[in-house]
Design a protein around this ligand. Structure first.
Ligand code: SF4
Length: 379
């Protein structure tokens, strides 16, 4: 997909709520009780039935979690086959599966590719064993290298690698070595996240107790800009705050649905969905998720109807987080607001601070603007 073309087909997200163990920084919903896999898969099929007719066509499927690779490849293949019979997934769709190092080998990844997954996202996080230990990951750097090599051997030609920076004890040099190691397989896509800690996670408790120190604002910006400079220098497009693609065609189509207000359906515990101006989210509770569906109820935990003003704020927020930026005429048509006329002084101020570029009627964030994207929507 060209990075300026917006698909209006819907996206489909499946949350697989299992992990072999919990990482020290993670706040995503997952359980380690793999004995519940059968109940989950049965409930997932019931949930698919509830949402038949959600959209005329889907062109992305994303199986994330949790850790999808906690399930055997045959079972993931079966879920994909069921999705395809329940929903109109168009030919040529982007179909991603997340896997963790230590879970997958070449044979397993070949099976996933045969089943129709055409993009794999490997949760490497770091190639440095000490950093992986701090993060509480189950695998070492060697398993990370083996997983990405196995993905290539299995024939995946759309490979994404997840990495984390700003980890206590991580030096700028160590981070650069991790990026260098990732580039050894020439990945089509990289997601580089700053470590942020949610309250209640073990790593947060250690930081609160003074046992570890998190990067301060200046250090975090140092990591961010070094990442952007390094990867752009190697030819990657820094297309969103944390995301890099080798070409415009390799930008994650699925992620863009979240940023464009394109409809998406999320299935599985804690998954979020969006259509029109309504957003809803499922229970973060696997037993309740299963019992709701067995009783014929949607396992929805909450919902919100977004006003035009809220949608407008979100469009600004998401627009300033992506290289695509905000297209003035499209914004005017959608929200009836001439940004340049009504917010001209504020926008010129942001431009003068070096946070955005104004190119005719198109506003795009600079590298510094991407780092401070949350601030830019406060117009
Ligand atoms: S980071 Fe990934 S593997 Fe670790 S607990 Fe969270 S979802 Fe599971």
């Amino acid at each position: 997909m060209d990075d300026n073309r917006i698909s209006t087909a819907a996206g489909l997200y499946i949350h697989v709520p299992f992990c072999r163990s919990k990482c020290a920084y993670c706040d995503f919903y997952s359980v380690t009780d793999v004995g519940r896999i059968d109940g989950y898969l049965e409930a997932l099929s019931l949930e698919m039935e509830l949402y038949r007719g959600f959209a005329p066509v889907f062109d992305t499927v994303y199986m994330g979690g949790g850790t999808p690779s906690c399930l055997p490849a045959d079972r993931l293949a079966d879920v994909l086959a069921r999705l395809r019979s329940a929903f109109p997934v168009s030919p040529g769709s982007e179909i991603t599966v997340e896997v963790n190092p230590g879970d997958v080998d070449t044979a397993c990844l070949e099976r996933l590719r045969e089943a129709g997954f055409n993009r794999v996202s490997v949760g490497v996080q770091s190639f440095d064993d000490a950093i992986l230990t701090t993060l509480g990951r189950r695998h070492g750097g060697r398993e990370g290298r083996e997983a990405v090599d196995a993905a290539r051997r299995a024939g995946f030609d759309n490979l994404s690698i997840d990495l984390i920076y700003g980890v206590p004890g991580q030096s700028p040099e160590g981070w650069r070595e991790t990026m260098e190691s990732a580039l050894a397989v020439n990945p089509e896509h990289l997601s580089c996240y700053e470590l942020t800690l949610e309250r209640g996670t073990p790593l947060h408790r250690r930081v609160e107790a003074g046992q570890l120190t998190l990067a301060d604002e200046d250090e975090a910006y140092g990591f961010f800009s070094a990442t952007s400079e390094f990867l752009e220098g190697r030819g990657y497009i820094h297309y969103e705050v944390s995301n890099f693609a080798r070409t415009g065609a390799l930008i994650s189509r699925h992620n863009h649905k979240y940023w464009d207000h394109t409809p998406y359906l999320g299935l599985g515990p804690s998954a979020h969905s969006f259509r029109g101006c309504r957003r809803w989210w499922n229970r973060r509770d696997l037993p309740r998720y299963i019992s709701d569906l067995r009783a014929g109820r949607a396992p929805v935990d909450g919902q919100e109807e977004l006003s035009q003003e809220q949608l407008r704020m979100e469009a600004l927020y998401f627009g300033f987080r992506t290289k695509r930026g905000i297209h003035g005429p499209a914004f005017r048509e959608r929200f009836g607001m001439d940004l340049l006329r009504e917010e001209g002084a504020a926008l010129r101020g942001l431009r003068d601070e070096g946070l955005i570029r104004l190119d005719g009627e198109v506003l795009t964030p600079t590298r510094r603007g991407l780092a401070l994207a949350d601030r830019l929507c406060l117009l």
